[in-house]
Design a protein around this ligand. Sequence first.
Ligand SMILES: Nc1ncnc2c1ncn2[C@@H]1O[C@H](COP(=O)(O)OP(=O)(O)O)[C@@H](O)[C@H]1O
Ligand SMILES: [Mg+2]
Length: 623
Amino acid sequence: MTAWNSMYNAMHAQDERWPFSRATLRRIGAFARPHRAMLAWFLVLSVVSAVLAVAAPMLAGRVVDAIVHHAALSTVLTSAALIAAIALADAGLGLLTRWLSASIGEGLILDLRTAVFDHVQRMPVAFFTRTRTGALVSRLNNDVIGAQRAFSNTLSGVVSNIVTLALTLAVMVGISWQVTLLTLVLLPMFVLPARRMGSRMARLEREAADHNAAMGNQMTERFSAPGATLIKLFGRPARESAEFAMRARRVRDIGVRTAMVRSVFLTALTLVSALALAIVYALGGFYSLQGRLEAGAVVALALLLTRLYAPLTALAGARVEVMSALVSFERVFEVLDLKPMIEDRPGALPVPDGPVSVEFEGVRFAYPSADKVSLASLEEVAGLDTRGGAEVLHEVSFRAEPGQMVALVGSSGAGKSTIAQLLVRLYDVDAGAVRLSGVDVRDLSSDSVRETVGMVTQDGHLFHESVRSNLTLARPEASEDEIWDALRRARLDDLVAALPDGLDTVVGERGYRLSGGERQRLTIARLLLARPRVVILDEATAHLDSTSEAAVQEALGEALDGRTAVIIAHRLSTIRSADLILVVEDGRVVERGTHDELLAAGGRYEELYRTQFDQRLTLDEVA
Ligand SMILES: Nc1ncnc2c1ncn2[C@@H]1O[C@H](COP(=O)(O)OP(=O)(O)O)[C@@H](O)[C@H]1O
Ligand SMILES: [Mg+2]
C-alpha cells in the first residue's frame, strides 16, 4: 500500500458507520455495467488462481508422502512437474487478472472523468464565481482516481482474498480440523490490535493530510507572481517561514510515528503466523507420530497456513478500502447531480438570420443564492447561504434596433455588467424577458447565442496558451491573414510581431506578461476575428491610455459598423455617437435619450459628463 493510498483512505475513514444508500450502490453498478464481461472474466480467473494456490501445497504433501513410503521415482517427478506447471499457470493468470483489473479500473476513471468534465463545463457562471478552482480540480482528480483505486483494490484485494481464504480454510479443515482450529486460536491476538491500530493510524494520517493541504495552499498562494509580490511588499517572510516549518515538522513527527506503528503491525503479523506454524508442527507432528496423519499432510498444512495470513491482513483493511471507494463515488456523484440552472430547452431555436435587435422588457433580476448554484463541500463551508442576493435590476426595459448602438452609463455597481451578462444568458432573468431579434433568449440555443453575441469584458481574461489559440477561441478555422488583419485593426500587430515567438508566444498568467491595455486590445482582436452580429463592450477600453484608446476606438468603430452594439462606457467621450444612451442607477434606467437630448435635459447625464470633462481638463493641465 503506497503512502498516498493510505493517506487517502485515512482521510475518508472517519465515519465508521455504513452511510451509503442503495441508490449509490446502484449508480456504481451502472458505471460498472459496461465492463461486466471483463468483471466476469476477472471473477472466474480469481477462483482458478485460488484453486491453483491451494493445489501446490497439496502436491508438496504428496511428494513428502512418496518419499516417506519409498514410492516410485515417477510419482515424485510427476508431482514436481505439476508444481512447476502450476507455478507457470499462476504467473500467467496473475498477469491476466492484473490486466483485467487495470483495464476495468482505468476504464472507470475514463468514464467518470469525462462525465464530470462534461457536466461541470455546463454549469452556469454563478457556479464558478462561488467555487474554488482547487476544490473542483481535486474533485476531478483525487476523487475520481480514489474511486477507481478503491474499486480495483476491492476487486483484486477483497474478491480474490475471500476466495483464497475460503478455499484454503476448507482444504485445511479437510486435512485436519483440529490443527486448523488451533492455528486460528491465535488470530484474535492479531486482528483485535490491528483494528485499534488502524483507527489510530487513520487519525494521524488525516492530521498529516490536513497539514499537507495547508502547506500546499500556502505554496500555491504565495508562489504565484502576484502573491510573491504582495509578500515582498507587505508580508513578513520570517513569519510565513515559521508557520510553514511548524507544519512541516508536525508532518515529520507523524511520518515517524506511522512508520513505527506500521512496522509494529507487520512484526506482530509475522510473529503470530510463525507461532501458528509452530502449533501446526507440534500438533500435526503429534498426530503424525500417532499415525493419525500422514507426514505429507503436516507439510501441506504448514504450507497452506502461510497462505492464510496474507489474505487475512488484506481483508482487515478491506472495510476501509470499500468505504473510501464509496465515499469517493459519492463525492463524484454529488458533482454530477448539480443541476445546471441554464440549459437549452428541447427544440431550442437558432437566432434568426440577418441583423439582430436586442430588447429588454421589464427585466428584474437578483443573483442566485449560493445553495442554488453550488455545493457546500466544494466551498469548504458547513452550509450554504440560502438567502438570495437583493434585487440588482428593477424593471429594466430598452430596445436596440438592428445595427443600432446603445450605450449604458452610470456609476460603478449600478448594474451595467449585469445587464450585459443577462444579454448573453449567463444568468436567467427573474421576471420580464431578454430578446434577440424578438425571440426570448431562453428559447434560443446556447450555441447560437454564443455565435451571435460577442463580448469584451472588463478583465479581458487570457488562457495560458499561445496568442494564436487565445485569438482563435471563437473561430478555430480562422486563416493566418484574418488573424493578422484582426491584430492590425486592434493596433496590436507590431507588438505581436515583436514577441519572441510571434503568434505562438504563450501569454496569460504565467506566460509573457502583457500590460492591461495590451491584454484588452488582444481581447478586442479576438472579438474582431469572431465577427459576431451583436457586440457587447463592457468597459473594454478602460485600461487604455488616451492615445491607444483613440486608436482602438477607431478600430472598434470599423468593427461595429452595421452591427448591433451595447456599449458600457467608462469615458463618456466614447459614446457621443450612440443612437441611445441609458443612464443606469441602482438597477434602474433613470434617463434615456441621445447625447444632445440628455445634455439639454440637464439631469444625471449632464452631471456625469461635466464631472468627467472637468477631470480630464485637470489631468491635461497637470500633464
Ligand atoms: N456574481 C455576483 N453575485 C452577487 N452579486 C453581484 C455579482 N456580481 C455583481 N453583483 C452585484 O450586483 C450589483 C451590480 O453590479 P454590476 O452589474 O457589476 O455593476 P456595474 O457593472 O454597473 O459596475 C452590484 O451591487 C454588485 O455588488
Ligand atoms: Mg461593470
